[in-house]
Write a protein that binds this ligand. Structure first.
Ligand code: GDP
Length: 537
């Protein structure tokens, strides 16, 4: 049986895939991700009212405003992805949970995108979560576009921020636009590709609408903006001269990042950013398979589960598996196979979910996101396919930073305890580490974000009928080591036996209290094998 869709269809799939841009915004809390998300989506459909969402007194109004916008303008909001149109392209903006719900899932959703926008606060520069998310992008080969936000407010110098990107992230920033005016005195933008003109912005009093854009030719820019204009051109030249220049290949390989400046709040620079996603970001392409070879976008349907959202309310035990379409056409109702089990799965309950409502996803193309309701067999990282088998490589385990020992509250339920813990491990809800000293009745749960523990507590009690207690441990870093390394660690006074653990895939993990402890061990034992896990800062 051929794995290819019929020729006419294949042509259509290619066209539809070429029109799609599937991306995420990576940032530290408060850098402006929500503001930018709204500005991007609204820009695509309704430039004039882009500021309105924020104009009504901040975040509280956002949800209901969104609902209205969905109805009025056909923007679909799902809890996992936002889809909107721009310049005849279909933009799929995949959400990266942050703030309190920062967890391993935040890293995993990056497996679903072809590009990321790294959002940086002009005053704060590269913050911790941004760096971690960036390292996941680098590891997964996801190209990164940089947007330096809040330029309407006082902040750091543009050249200094670029230096940080170069020195801290070790990726070369290549500015595509440059701010005219220092942070806090934003007059406009100049594009690197055309320094003969300036885009000037005038803020509308009250700030409830996007700043007005005006195009000035060189003469007017020089006459009306004087030194500010000259400084911008000088700085841009300096930044470009010291770098390798724009090179699409180097961007796709993660060697350079195009840089944009602006203000999400006043909608400055947002259109240029959106254009960049269309012009620079890759469209969905072939994906490598676990046993070699690749699944072409024109092959039959395949997709990867990148997020499971469970409703914790037992009365509504809803569970939605979000799938990114990787190849072919997804049609609601089709039977797909789950690669891990070889079992077939009906998809009549396929939806894109928005707000409280659900719309039905009838046909989706590569790059799109589909939600499958109550597909309880699915796990994050699963591949689904039609026709010839496809299985994408499993997601890596990311560096945990929070550790706690789990104990059953009722020891007569130790069977349920073991079953629950091992299922949650398998599902990737939390990583489960066992140390020889503690044994498997007291496993160490390891998480990227503390919210993962809340999910474990809840599910152990309600789903596996084995309530647990957690004792938090004073570790914050994990390194993979080998048997020899473990023996050296064990002999050292620094690390106790409890800190030597084994993950369910067999990897040995040594836990350290902090960087100081780790560094001091490394200084004394420079030859010990200690491998950094992805996203360890
Ligand atoms: P998130 O935590 O990354 O989603 O950040 P939000 O979008 O909630 O923004 C955090 C705060 O920064 C809010 O008070 C926003 O109004 C503000 N903010 C976001 N973008 C800008 C901007 O471009 N300029 C200014 N001055 N404030 C901004």
């Amino acid at each position: 049986m051929s794995t290819e869709t019929p020729a006419a269809n294949a042509q259509q799939v290619l066209q539809e895939a070429a029109r799609r841009r599937t991306f995420a915004v990576i940032s530290h809390p408060d850098a402006g991700k929500s503001t930018l998300t709204e500005a991007l989506a609204l820009h695509a459909h309704a430039i004039q009212s882009a500021g309105a969402v924020h104009g009504k007194g901040g975040r509280k109004g956002v949800t209901s405003d969104w609902m209205e916008l969905e109805r009025d303008r056909g923007i679909s909001v799902t809890s996992a992805a936002l889809q909107f149109g721009h310049r005849d392209h279909v933009m799929n903006l995949v959400d990266t949970p942050g703030h309190a719900d920062f967890s391993e899932d935040t890293y995993r959703v990056l497996s679903a995108v072809d590009c990321a926008i790294m959002l940086v606060d002009a005053a704060k520069g590269l913050e911790e979560q941004t760096r971690k998310l960036f390292s996941v992008c680098r590891h997964r080969g996801v190209p990164v576009i940089t947007f330096i936000n809040k330029w309407d407010r006082r902040g750091r110098e543009a050249l200094e921020l670029l230096d940080d990107i170069q020195n801290i992230l070790e990726i070369t920033p290549v500015p595509q636009v440059w701010p005219v005016g220092a942070a806090g005195n934003l007059r406009g933008l100049v594009e690197a590709a055309n320094t003969e003109q300036m885009l000037r912005y005038t803020r509308v009093p009250g700030g409830t609408h996007a700043a007005e854009e005006e195009l000035l030719d060189f003469g007017r820019a020089a006459a009306e903006e004087g030194e500010t204009w000259e400084t911008a051109l000088e700085e841009l030249e300096l930044a470009l001269d010291s770098g390798p220049g724009w090179d699409p290949q180097a961007f796709r390989e993660g060697k350079i990042t195009p840089v944009f400046f602006g203000s999400a709040l006043t909608n400055i620079g947002v259109r240029l950013l959106l254009d960049a996603v269309v012009d620079l970001a890759p469209s969905p392409g072939a994906r490598e398979l676990v046993n070699g070879g690749a699944r072409e976008v024109t092959d039959e349907f395949s997709g990867v589960v990148f997020k499971i959202q469970a409703n914790m309310d037992p009365a509504h035990r809803d569970r939605i598996a979000f799938i990114r379409v990787c190849s072919g056409v997804f049609e609601r109702g089709m039977n797909v196979t789950r690669a891990a089990s070889g079992r077939s799965l009906a998809t009549k309950y396929a939806h894109t979910v928005f707000g409280a409502e659900r719309t039905v996803a009838d046909i989706c193309y590569p790059g799109d996101v589909v939600g499958l309701i109550n597909a309880t067999a699915l796990r994050v990282g699963d591949t689904l396919y039609v026709g010839k088998k496809a299985e994408f490589p499993p997601l890596p385990a990311f560096a945990p930073e929070h550790f706690a020992v789990a104990r059953p509250k009722d020891i007569s339920r130790s069977k349920q305890f073991r079953k629950g813990i091992s299922q949650l491990d398998e599902e990737g809800v939390v990583q489960v580490l066992v140390s020889d000293r503690r044994g498997d009745q007291a496993p160490v749960l390891a998480a990227v974000g503390p919210m993962q523990f809340d999910v474990v507590l809840h599910r152990m009690e309600h789903e596996f009928s084995s309530p647990i207690a957690l004792d938090h441990l004073p570790y914050s870093l994990a390194r993979v080591t080998d048997a020899e390394g473990a023996a050296t660690l064990d002999r050292s006074r620094l690390v106790t036996g409890e800190a030597l653990t084994r993950r369910s895939d067999g990897a040995l993990l040594a836990l350290f209290a902090d960087k100081w402890q780790l560094n001091s061990f490394v200084r004394g034992n420079p030859d010990v094998y200690l491998e950094t896990l992805i996203a360890t800062a």
